[in-house]
Design a binder for this molecule. Sequence first.
Ligand code: A3P
Length: 892
Amino acid sequence: MKLLRMIFKIDILPRTAQRLFCQRRCTLTRALVIVILTVLVVFGILNYRNGHVIRNVDRVTRHPPPTPYTTCNSLHNRPLSNKGPHNHNVQGDLKIGRKVLIVVETPFSRNAKNIAIGMESARFVYKIVEGNKIPTLTHMGKGRFGIVIFETINLYMTLDDWSRQLIDKYCYEFKVGMIFFMKPQNDNGVSMEKFPDFSLTVHYNVGIKEYKLNPDSRVWRITKPGEIVSETFPEGEWAVFHFNHSTFEPLASAIQIASFYDDYEPSAANSNKTVYPAILDKGENDGIRRVFFGQDFSFWLHSLMLLDSISYLSYGMISLSLERYIQIDIDDIFVAAIGTRMKADDVVALVESQSRLQESVEGFHFMLGFSGWYYQHGNEEENLGDRTLLEYKDHFHWFPHMWRHEQPHKFSQDELLNNMNLNYQFAKENGISVMDQYAVAPHHSGVFPVHDPVYTAWKTVWDIKVTSTEEYPRLHPAWGRKGFVHRGIMVLPRQTCGLFTHTYLLDSYPGGPGRLEKSIHGGELFKTFLYNPLNIYMTHLSNYGNDRLALYTFESVIKFVQCWTNLKLKQGTPMDHAIKYFDMFPEEQMPQWRNPCDSEKHMEIWSANKTCDRFPKFLVVGPQKTGTTALYTFLSMHPWIRSNFPSKESFEEVQFFNGNNYFNGIDWYLEYFPHPQDKHEYLFEKSAAYFDNILVPKRVHNLLPNSKIICILISPAKRAYSWYQHMRAHNDPVAVNYTFNEVVSASDSAPREVKALRNRCLLPGEYAHHLERWLDHFSYRQIHIIDGEQLKDNPIGVMDEVQKFLGIEKYLNYTSIVRYDSKKGFYCQVLSDNKNKCLGRSKGRQYNPMDEESEDFLKKYYHKHNTALVQLLGKLKIREPAWLKDYTNTAR
Ligand code: A3P
């Protein structure tokens, strides 16, 4: 220590530190540690700028950036025999649906999953079933499926007779095609199998090279033949097809490579001959068209060939468009660690690359998202780069990011307005003309999960109408990303191209350069172009300096797309993209709120003052007039159970999941719940209109997948009558002017408002139908059904059951806190002064008994529904209520 003191003359500092931090009994060493820590913290604070740390990175050693390459015939001006893209549409009346049926050995196999992912990525509707579990194929004289895919030919051959006849008959009658994949056999040597039913012989375990597509096939639409696959596939990987009938047309040919085994044919004779690893059966034999692929779905070209085969065999019914809209965002212009930013020559390279890309992508411009505060925050060379970017500003399209790259969810409305205004001023001062009402939030923060102040500030400062995120509904899987509309701003899905802030040199690409190459040449990146009609890519400033990896990546993949596909690449404005996107997928306009607490990434970009504990643990969903208010009251008496705050607008119920309130988002919803004071507390919501609303079960499941659901059932006829009386009490003109019988038996030609009341009386009582919908999303273990008659007569027993179902540890005995009130005719709450507190006049009304005619009508009306309910409850092993006893026999 003495030596240290002598060398660094640090006596004074530690003593000051001693005085400051340690008072009397502090050793020099401790003080020294404190000083070092203090310096580090101050340094850290100075460098930490609103979530973005500017670091001096060791200067990146600069190799010449890699040049985009591809071995593409079409781009080397060699003659192409491409006659496509072929149009598969036919005139006339096809009686098939747009759904794909996939028959697999098990839905958990890699191949089955890959095919399913392919269908999801293409947004085709599909059903996946195990062999022999063939679903109903027709509905009202129409075929439900437009194509049938078999995981393997053997699966089809081993179907039981009944299933196979069913499928064959269906495909023949409805002109539906079949597609077969092949699985490697995994045994040694080439083997052979004859399929006399198809006049076909298959050789398994063949090795092939020089795979190429038949240029004359009419199957090709997106696929552009003319190229040769560069890969050689060793023995054991492929099945090839031998045929001797005009019904077959090769879709692809390849050269067989020498075999190590002589089991089937001598290897010399077998090698170097042309074989067919994909063929089309035109249906001349038996009227059914088929495509056979000689390998499973993992071969990259199969994604392309499958799309075209589906389109061809379904007569264009299940087909993707040829247009692909592309947008490449450089989100964080001016934001990158010193030493990794763009320099002047990188800017020139960016302009040059843009001109080259414009030859392949109509209307192409790089989209530059700026955070003005970071302008001129690099080293000298990089600052010149910044200035050069502004010099060339009119070559690009610009959009606002955030002034200091702040993550919006951490800021209030006023702070955001202030920050955005500073960025706005920056754009104005530097003559940057900002593009078409589009903005992007740093780290996707505030867009989803929604932080409303960002949306408001965007609209106020920039009049933003379009944004994009990779976080909706969640980051993974990438093929599942979607769009939505919130507060009038259209949120588009965004893709990642495999380049991130720290990806700046090809040689140090995570997983090795080969990984990026694979993604470009038929892998993940290529497939995003293939499947997505709109591709908005996110990239970073550092991907354009250094190795200029982004230029390499995009120029390469776009060349590859042009080599192998007939896709037409274009770029419009973000507004054009948004309009096109929601025209294609109108159902996506409606958001599907997810629980941020289910995703680590969402938690990172959700405001710290919001908490998952505020979400309800269970919901009382109705239906209306079954005793939901009584249950709500009894539940609220429990010290560990707390309800939502009452809403002024909708009769105390929040009614979030069923109507327009849903568009207010989850922040709005959470405001209806108290902050729990104890982790044992159970928050719940009661909204009786949830039970029969078609949208609600899915929405609840999306947001609260683990919640428990309680519903109460009484005789549906009684429920209908109670609703009618409720409407009469509210002076509803129809209920006042029409008898109950006139309402429930109203025909479809009755006045609109009469039909509306009829429907509200009758439809919620179709219990089995509504319960099935809840069961589509929730396990039966999450659903508790209360017999409403029991709730009336024995609420103490019912509350015991409810507590058991909720698993609530603190048991409350209701015996002494509710009792029957003879004046009210119902059970009421016992107050501390021993008086009864009953529900108000609107609950437990006095009215005349139902007329006989209506009783008969309703008995008939609900017969099939009640019978279905008995069956459903039986399946779920739930004891049926006494009022269902009459239907027990019919149901069995
Ligand atoms: P009626 O008023 O037609 O008799 P909801 O709260 O779902 O609107 O249901 C109202 C119904 O709850 C009432 O319909 C009544 O029959 C029933 N109910 C069950 N237990 C009750 C209780 N303890 N007090 C008042 N009504 C009760």
